[in-house]
Every structure is written in C-alpha cells, then in structure tokens.
Design a binder for this molecule. Structure first.
Ligand code: A2P
Length: 330
C-alpha cells in the first residue's frame, strides 16, 4: 500500500511512522508530507529514506490512503482534494469529526459503521478515544446514564512547542517558545483549547459530543473538566459513571479485561494502578482504581490512562486503516 502521512514532521506524524512500522502495516511506499518549509527533508522509515513532499505533490503520487495530522486548517483545505482524487483520508484533526456526513471511529467501539462510501474518516479527540474504549463494555452490560470526567492531560497533546515550553521552563530558560498562556512546569492549567459561550472549553465539548456520536447513543449524558498538567507520557482521566442497572465489581473487572484494547491494572494492595509513565509508548488503554461510588446507586469510579500520541492519535488512526483493509475498502 502507498501510504501518505500528512504532518510527518510533527509529534503525531512521527508517532504514526513508528506505529506503522511496529504494527507491520503493509507499506510498499511511504509518502511523507509536510509544509513547504519541510519540503525535501529526509525521513527514515524502516531503514529507507523518503523525501518530504507538499500536500499537492502527494495527491499527484496517488497514495491508497492518507493519514492526516497537520492541523484542522490543512485538513479542511486538503482532505477533500485527496478524497476527490480517490484517496481515502483518515483525519486526526477536529475538522470533520462532528460533520454528520463523516464517520467518527474507534475500531473497538464502532468499527462496524465503516462502508465503501467513507472517503474522509475522522479520528476522535485523544481524551475521548481512551474514555469510550473503557466505557463501551460497561455500556453494553449496564447502560450508562451519566459520566462525570476530569482529565489530567499530557503536554504532548499540544504539539512540539508545548514540549519545548515544558523542557525550557525545567531548564530555567525563561524566554523560550510558549504554547500556553501560563507556565506549565510546577503548575496545572484548567483550560484546554478555547472557551465556548457556555463556559466550557472546546476540549470539554469535544468529549461530550464525540462520545455520543461514537457510542451511537445520545441518551448518555457527559460532563467534563479538562486540565493540562506537566506530564509527557499520556493522558489520565477520573471517571464517575452512573448506570441504569446495578453491577457486581468482579463482573465489571471481567468485562473490562475482556474488552479488546483494554488492560486492567488494579491491585491496590500492591500499589498497582495505571500511570502515564507506564502507558507511554503503548497502544492499549489502562484501567484501574475500579470501585463503587457509595454516595449514589449503580455508580462506579475508575481511572483510565493511555498514551495520547498512540491510542489517542496515531494508533487509532492506523487501526482505522487496518479495519478498512480487513473490510476490503482500501
Ligand atoms: P512542518 O514541520 O513543515 O511545519 P505538530 O502539531 O507536532 O507541531 O506538527 C504539525 C505538522 O503539520 C507538521 O508536520 C507540520 O509540518 C505540518 N503542517 C503544518 N502546516 C501544514 C501545511 N500547510 N501543509 C502540510 N503540512 C503542514
């Protein structure tokens, strides 16, 4: 397969190359794509060097599939041009996620919605992906009424500049690159993306709206507080979930352990619970601190961690491509 990676010089694009190689996706030719600034730059992939091209040049090279992670503007402008040339686009930006004509896919949850008509497929928000993978088996068993989620999100979700800001601050460099309005080292910023008129941030609204779309159930009520913390390895989430039906904790653990893409790490006696440093570089979603919320009927607390550049972005994108291949759609 000829595979274009649009945004190949960025954090997620780089991770896409790693995941394509690690999962042995059958890449016969790689087409690394970035802005004019990076044109001609060499990218290593599986021991071969490939030259970075611009999006227009990539279309002319007719890849079978294009994995986009170059920001919403680039996706809005170029994804339709790729699709018009017969190239299937899987887009990691927020540009197409809530478009009713586009599918928003987490393969373990709703991979079955993909059809031959889908030429631009949206990859959900990183925080939403790891949450729905953990919610899916519990929704199937006990039907979710409401989810209260608070996030603890890695700076890698913001991109290269944010990692530089954290490292500069840590090294005492005060006048370096700034990705956030405030210092992030030794701090916590309760704002991710821009504020909306309702007082929520765009990230919080993404978690609410995208969850309903992916789960295919608008009756699930979600409320979110999303927070940036000075961490690198992945996003963590505290989930409080109210179900219609009561549950048994052992059955909850069993259902989570049986869910494809989930690893349960929940052994308080031995201080075992998911942490970003352990999720870093892994494709799975880790779930722990599973316990009953005794303040309310049929309600559960749990802690969910995943590498936001992997399952939250690159891995999920490539799993969508794998699903398309299995179905013979690319
Ligand atoms: P470039 O390195 O040439 O700027 P990150 O989010 O980690 O900062 O990465 C953003 C990615 O999106 C980079 O690979 C960047 O390429 C790419 N990109 C940004 N603007 C464009 C554009 N107009 N066309 C193609 N790629 C773009």
């Amino acid at each position: 397969m000829k595979v274009a990676v649009v945004g190949a010089t960025g954090l997620v694009g780089t991770e896409m190359l790693t995941v394509l190689a690690a999962r042995n996706f059958p890449v016969s030719e790689l087409i690394p794509v970035a802005s004019e600034r990076s044109k001609g730059k060499e990218i290593d992939f599986k021991g071969k060097k490939y030259k970075v091209v611009t999006p227009s040049e990539a279309i002319a090279l007719k890849p079978d599939v294009a994995l986009f992670s170059a920001g919403g503007g680039t996706s809005l402008e170029y994804a339709p041009l790729f699709a018009a040339a017969g190239i299937t686009v899987i887009d990691n930006s927020s540009a197409w996620r809530m478009d009713p004509t586009k599918k928003l896919v987490v393969p373990e949850v709703n991979g079955d919605v993909l059809t031959a008509e889908d030429k631009i497929i949206a990859n959900p928000n990183c925080s939403t992906i790891q949450m729905v993978v953990a919610l899916k088996p519990l929704h199937d068993k006990y039907k979710i009424k409401r989810v209260v989620v608070s996030t603890y999100q890695s700076v890698t979700g913001t991109g290269v500049k944010a990692v530089e800001q954290l490292m500069n601050e840590r090294a005492g460099i005060k006048d370096g690159e700034k990705a956030y309005a405030y210092e992030i080292d030794l701090n916590v910023i309760p704002q991710i993306d821009v504020f909306q008129e309702n007082g929520y941030t765009k990230e919080e609204m993404k978690m609410i709206l995208e969850t309903n779309k992916i789960m295919g159930d608008d009756s699930i009520k979600v409320t979110a507080t999303t927070v940036r913390i000075p961490v690198m390895g992945g996003h963590s989430e505290s989930l409080n979930i109210e179900f219609e039906r009561d549950f048994d904790l052992a059955d909850v653990r069993e259902a989570l352990a049986a869910q494809s893409g989930v690893i349960v790490v929940d052994d308080p006696a031995n201080l075992q619970y998911p942490m970003p440093k352990d999720a870093h570089g892994r494709d799975e979603v880790f779930v722990g601190r599973i316990r009953r919320d005794d303040s309310q009927a049929n309600t559960l607390n749990m802690w969910v961690v995943a590498d936001n550049l992997r399952k939250g972005a690159a891995t999920n994108t490539i799993q969508i491509a794998e699903t398309l291949r299995e179905k013979g759609l690319i």
